[in-house]
Design a protein around this ligand. Structure first.
Ligand code: CP
Ligand code: NVA
Length: 338
């Protein structure tokens, strides 16, 4: 018997859930976080097996799915790109049918949105999108939980995303904010504006929620009165040939102290899904420093380390929110209404 409207459902894009359901997942994440902090067990997935499929690398998403599954009493199994036949010797549909007979839920991170959609179509168990080229939906529950924790509410918040306006995180923020009634601004050069189909979708949701949606290439106008400044890497996984082009285009869109001043809000919080290029302490950072003579990209080290930054709370919230998503869709929980 289905005990909740979430049971058995996949989460492959934000639009899979309506506003009430997304709000429920955010609130349920906060509840599970409180249980975890109080040391109260919450084994809603006792005896379940969870497959973790990764075509692209990951720290937070992999770690969050792993620890969340274990806290829920489930067994997570990592199946990396070079470990399984997926797409190489076996079709996505055949792989989905096999995994769905052995596992109770499947996470997928990779390139094509079509892959995660095919998995969801043929697996017969919930499939959760851990990031594709187009969307990063599980990240959204953590991000809006972090905003809600900091401000106590979501509707009417001005969230400003600066940087690569057409990547997976920007797409997801724009649509999720529009569903939730969060005013979303994408501040990016015109050549990096989100795809028209994404803007149309966001505008449709905004008409229902009352969110104000704006795209602009004008930094002072775009960041004014921001409650939240959000950025992501300028070059996403799979686009590593684009560093020169993006550095050239996006340098004026770096989150730095001057941009924080332009918001006119001393209390503005800064979010970043991570990993971040805020110094040259990484292999990539050193290569960029050598080739382009810069130490920082989308966010300065000073702002990253400042009291405005909430990126590590946000990273922790990945675990609580992924736990909520898995428990709600697989745990046969009694949820009278969402
Ligand atoms: N934010 C995020 O998805 O991080 P990872 O790439 O480390 O999983
Ligand atoms: N836009 C980034 C997000 C990483 C979490 C990427 O796809 O690489």
């Amino acid at each position: 018997m289905k005990t909740s409207i979430f049971q058995g459902r996949s989460f492959i894009a934000e639009k899979d859930f309506n506003r009430e359901e997304l709000n429920y997942l955010i609130d349920f994440s906060a509840h599970l976080k409180a249980l975890k902090k109080a040391g109260i067990p919450h084994h809603y997935l006792e005896g379940k097996n969870i497959a973790l499929l990764f075509e692209k690398t990951s720290t937070r998403t992999r770690a969050a799915f792993t620890t969340a599954a274990i806290d829920l009493g489930a067994h997570p199994e990592f199946l990396g790109q070079n470990d399984i036949q997926l797409g190489k010797k076996e079709s996505v549909a055949d792989t989905a049918k096999v995994l769905g007979r052995m596992f109770d839920g499947i996470e997928f991170r990779g390139f094509s949105q079509q892959t995660v959609e095919t998995l969801a179509e043929f697996a017969g168990v919930p499939v959760w999108n851990g990031l594709t080229d187009d969307w990063h939906p599980t990240q959204m529950i953590a991000d809006f939980l972090t905003v809600q924790e900091n401000f106590g509410y979501l509707k009417g918040i001005n969230m400003v995303y600066v940087g690569d306006g057409r990547n997976n995180v920007a797409n997801s923020l724009l649509v999720t904010g529009a569903i939730l009634g969060v005013n979303m601004r994408i501040v990016t050069p015109r050549s990096l504006f989100p795809d028209k189909s994404i803007i149309t979708l966001a505008n449709q949701y905004a008409a229902q929620s009352g969110a104000i949606i704006q795209m602009t290439d004008d930094v002072p106008l775009g960041v004014k009165d921001a409650h939240v400044l959000y950025t992501d890497v300028w070059v996403s996984m799979g686009e590593e040939d684009k560093f020169a082009e993006r550095i050239n285009l996006l340098t004026p869109y770096q989150i730095n102290r001057h941009m924080l001043d332009l918001t006119g809000n001393e209390e503005v919080i800064v979010l970043h899904c991570l990993p971040a290029f805020h110094d040259s302490q990484t292999e990539y950072g050193q290569r960029i420093a050598k080739e382009f003579g810069i130490q920082e990209m989308e966010i300065t080290d000073e702002v990253f380390r400042s009291s405005n930054g909430r990126q590590f709370e946000q990273a922790e919230n990945r675990m609580h929110s992924i736990k909520a998503i898995m428990a709600a869709t697989l745990g046969n929980l009694f949820i009278p209404k969402a």
